[in-house]
Design a protein around this ligand. Structure first.
Ligand SMILES: [Zn+2]
Length: 233
C-alpha cells in the first residue's frame, strides 16, 4: 500500500509539474525555484554604492543589477513568484549580518526594516508589496528583535519614475514621501536605546527614493543606520 501511495504521490507531483512548471527564478533553469548556480553567484558580499542623489547614510546593494538578482526581482514583482521571497529574504538577512560585522549597523538583533515607499496602486496591482514580503522573510531569519515596519507611502500625484532623469525623479518625490502611521516609540530618539532603522528597497537607480525616504524618517525622529537594496544599478 505504501508503494501505491508513493506512486500516487509521484503521479500527483508529475501533474503539478505539468500545471506549474518549476523554473529557477534567477536563470529559468527548470526543476527548481532557485538553482545552485544562482545561489553561488549571489553568495557574494554586499557592495557599498555611491548613488547620484546621496541619502546621507551608507547605501548597500546585495548584488549588481543584472544576472540572477535582476531576474529574481522581476519574477517576484511582475510575475508574482512569491516562492522567491524566502530566497531573497535569506540573502537580505545574510547581507545585513555582513554589514553589521563591518560596523555599518550596530547589530542585527534589534532592527526596524522599513520598506521603501511604493505607490499604493502599483503595489495593489502586484498583489502586495514585494519588498515588505522579502523584509518579512529576512526578519524571520534574524529573530524576534527585528521587525518590519511599513510606514512610508508616496502621495497619489507622484508619477512612475521609469524613464525620468535623476533631477526629474528628485523633483517628482519632493514632499511626496509620507508616514501613514506615527513612528513607533521604540524607534524614536538619537541615543543607543532607539531601535535603528534600515530602509529596504528592491532596486536603487538614482537614489532619489532612498534620499526622500531617509529624510522623512529622520524628520519623524528615527535613527536611520543604512539603506540596503537587493540590486544596485
Ligand atoms: Zn538559476
Amino acid at each position: 500500500m505504501a508503494g501505491d501511495r508513493g506512486i500516487a504521490r509521484a503521479a500527483l507531483s508529475a501533474i503539478a509539474d505539468l500545471v506549474v512548471p518549476e523554473l529557477c527564478g534567477g536563470c529559468g533553469r527548470p526543476g527548481t525555484a532557485w538553482c545552485e548556480g544562482c545561489a553561488r553567484r549571489l553568495s557574494d558580499v554586499p557592495r557599498l554604492l555611491s548613488p547620484r542623489i546621496d541619502p546621507g547614510v551608507p547605501v548597500w546593494a546585495l548584488a549588481r543589477y543584472g544576472g540572477p538578482m535582476a531576474s529574481a526581482v522581476v519574477n517576484l514583482k511582475e510575475h508574482r513568484r512569491r516562492d522567491l521571497a524566502p530566497v531573497l529574504g535569506r540573502l537580505l538577512a545574510d547581507g545585513l549580518v555582513a554589514i553589521a560585522r563591518w560596523g555599518d549597523l550596530p547589530q542585527t538583533s534589534r532592527l526596524a526594516l522599513v520598506p521603501a515607499p511604493t505607490r499604493a496602486l502599483a503595489a495593489r496591482a502586484r498583489g502586495g508589496d514585494t519588498v515588505t514580503a522579502v523584509a518579512g522573510e529576512a526578519a524571520v531569519v534574524l529573530g524576534p528583535g527585528v521587525r518590519v515596519t511599513p510606514m512610508l507611502v508616496t502621495a497619489a500625484w507622484v508619477r512612475d519614475s521609469a524613464g525620468l532623469t535623476a533631477g526629474a525623479r528628485n523633483t517628482n518625490l519632493t514632499g511626496a514621501v509620507r508616514l501613514n502611521r506615527p513612528l513607533p516609540a521604540a524607534m524614536r530618539g538619537r541615543g543607543e536605546t532607539a531601535v535603528p532603522a534600515v530602509l529596504v528597497d528592491d532596486v536603487l537607480t538614482t537614489g532619489a527614493t532612498a534620499t526622500h525616504a531617509v529624510r522623512r524618517l529622520r524628520s519623524a525622529g528615527a535613527r536611520v543606520a543604512a539603506v540596503v537594496v537587493l540590486a544596485g544599478a
